[in-house]
Design a protein around this ligand. Sequence first.
Ligand code: ADP
Ligand code: ASP
Ligand code: MG
Length: 412
Amino acid sequence: MPVLVMKFGGTSVATPDRIRRAAKRVGVEVSKGYDVIVIVSAMAGKTNELVGWVNETSPLFDAREYDAVVSSGEAVTAGLMALTLQEMDVPARSWQGWQVPLRTTSAHSAARIEEIPTDNINAKFAEGMRVAVVAGFQGVSPEGRITTLGRGGSDTTAVAFAAAFGAERCDIYTDVDGVYTTDPRISSKARKLDKIAFEEMLELASLGAKVLQTRSVELAMRYNVRLRVLSSFEEQSDNAGTLVCAEEEIMESKIVSGIAYSRDEAKMTLISVADRPGIAAAIFVPLSEAGVNVDMIIQNIAEEGRTDMTFSCPTDQVKRAEKALHDAKQRGEINYHDLVADMDVAKVSAVGIGMRSQSGVAAKMFQTLSDEGVNIKVIATSEIKISVLIDRKYMELAVQALHDAFELEKAA
Ligand code: ADP
Ligand code: ASP
Ligand code: MG
């Protein structure tokens, strides 16, 4: 029988009643003749609560135990979803990541999927089971310990299962009815896109649009998975939601197709480091070894042989970054007068494949922000995106102003 993957995010499984609503959708697909693999997230807010408990218990936690704790949210919803389906007379069984087993690397809290053997689940399908409910977000390391795939990782579980089982489609059910030109919670003018290219979705996701986890888009692109984002709260027609697909399938093309933002950025400045060959390596190698994901970097012009070095990283990695730099200073590898962390910043980015062939996007972006009186602290660009770091209090204003400036409320 053809296989379908259906993933339900946190708000879609937030209560037993919501789980019932989601299960009804699964029942509809089963009655159409599909064998269904359902991937579930933890109930809305659960993972944040678990992360909070870990931080409260151990600020520089052992990542193996972090994973032991935070993977538990999905364990609950997988069992509840299977029970709900059974109550509806749909033959269903739940799997935890390790039972599949969904094998990952041992990079705890940011593990990568290495292999999904299909035999266990396929054997059950052959016996008449119609729905395999799999706990999203979690896997098992080569050492046999529970791992997690990073925040939002259930999306990646879903796409990886779709690829492994050759699913006809991977449907991501969430609390919005598709991918928008920007977060509909920030701008009422945000417009739903019928289709978006893999490359653009990849950039939007990695720049903060959390509607899909970045890695899930990467996998869908690599394995050509038919990926749809749709609402679990609305009645669906067959072409509902947003299809994430190859560039060639898209007729509409604007220079900028979306605006993304991220609140979880911190700007760190090392004040007065020696300007000598090797200084960048002496700073960024220890950061990388401590697992800090450095994003934007600027090195100021040196004066009298000393310079300031600024970089951005996720806010929850600031403590790790401070410790790594402090330790490097203690070992005499670097010397700096002060280390200042600015947590009140946000990153706002414009994304579009049209930028490859059109110039002037950066100019328009900077002018728009200038007209709004927003000061730009750091800039980063790539082929299809421009990002700026600004004061967090201007974030919503900047997103709305850029959405207007690039006329994203209008279709191309
Ligand atoms: P789930 O729990 O279903 O995985 P998430 O909260 O992870 O849901 O992702 C959905 C959220 O992503 C939406 O509620 C929306 O606020 C946010 N979002 C950010 N950018 C976009 C965008 N461009 N299009 C749609 N949603 C977006
Ligand atoms: N529950 C996890 C999180 O909140 C994974 C997911 O929902 O995708 O990050
Ligand atoms: Mg999510």
